[in-house]
Ligand binder design. Structure first.
Ligand code: GLP
Length: 240
């Protein structure tokens, strides 16, 4: 059973998760973080910025959840760029210790295996930050994803491309494919922290936490994990 924490607003949720991350890094300076992109974790990274002074982050390692395929890594909306801009630089992390899946077309056939090997070599992910898509996806594991799946290339659904079009000039610029940690990869992390803010996430969040465990709602895989914390605001919790 997941621990569910209902917070007054996003800032409170971000502060709560940031406190947990600071505790983790203080106890384990070479902790391995699983880093999510999208709007949801922004308050976590903002709260971390306020708390990280005085904490030794020089050995913190990190793995992003996912990346677009075929996007120039220098594109401002590549997840490599987003993680660099929103996490690595403001927190002063060592960029050499923070990885994103390689979405370059060249070498894409083994990019998933390479990423899995790197996570395994790091000793696994200690704390995985997760958002949830309106269709219940975590990472970019769209409905139908196997619970055993590892990092691999997926096709984005039309709904996810529409949801993410706000980050691009138009929906036509949103890539068609992504490379994402699989549900099996995510389930190996030692602690999952799933955040959901706003009424638009209420249905997906309720399905993930209380609905049937089903590949049709990938977030429901968290019900099979022994250590999950769900951080949600009142509108996001409306369907629980
Ligand atoms: C995105 C990301 C996910 C994210 C989810 C929700 O497409 N690939 O990692 O959790 O969809 O996004 P947002 O937090 O912007 O609502």
């Amino acid at each position: 059973m997941a621990e569910i924490i209902i917070v007054p607003d996003e800032a409170a949720g971000g502060a709560l998760v940031a406190d947990e991350i600071v505790r983790l890094i203080t106890a384990t300076p070479d902790a391995v973080l699983g880093l999510a992109t999208g709007s949801t974790p922004v308050p976590v990274y903002a709260a971390l910025r306020e708390r990280i002074g005085g904490v030794d982050v020089s050995r913190v390692r990190g793995f992003a959840l996912d990346e677009y395929v075929g996007i120039d890594p220098a594109h401002p909306e590549s997840y490599r760029s987003v993680i660099t801009r929103e996490v690595v630089e403001p927190l002063g992390l060592d960029p050499a210790l923070i990885r994103t899946p390689n979405g370059a077309l060249e070498g894409i056939a083994h990019a998933g295996d390479d990423y899995e090997a790197a996570i395994t070599a790091a000793g696994g992910i200690d704390l995985q930050i997760l958002g949830i898509g309106t269709d219940g996806h975590i990472g970019f594991n769209e409905p139908g994803s196997s619970f055993a799946s590892l990092t691999r290339v997926k096709t984005l659904t039309q709904q996810t491309r529409e949801d993410n079009a706000r980050f691009f000039d138009s929906i036509d610029d949103v890539p068609l494919h992504c490379i994402t940690q699989g549900l099996g990869t995510i389930m190996r992390a030692r602690h999952l922290v799933l955040l959901a803010f706003g009424e638009g996430k209420a249905e997906a969040l309720a399905g993930a936490v209380e609905g049937p465990v089903s590949a049709s709602l990938p977030g429901s895989a968290i019900q099979l994990h022994p250590h999950v914390t769900v951080v949600v605001d009142e509108p996001g919790a409306a369907r629980l």
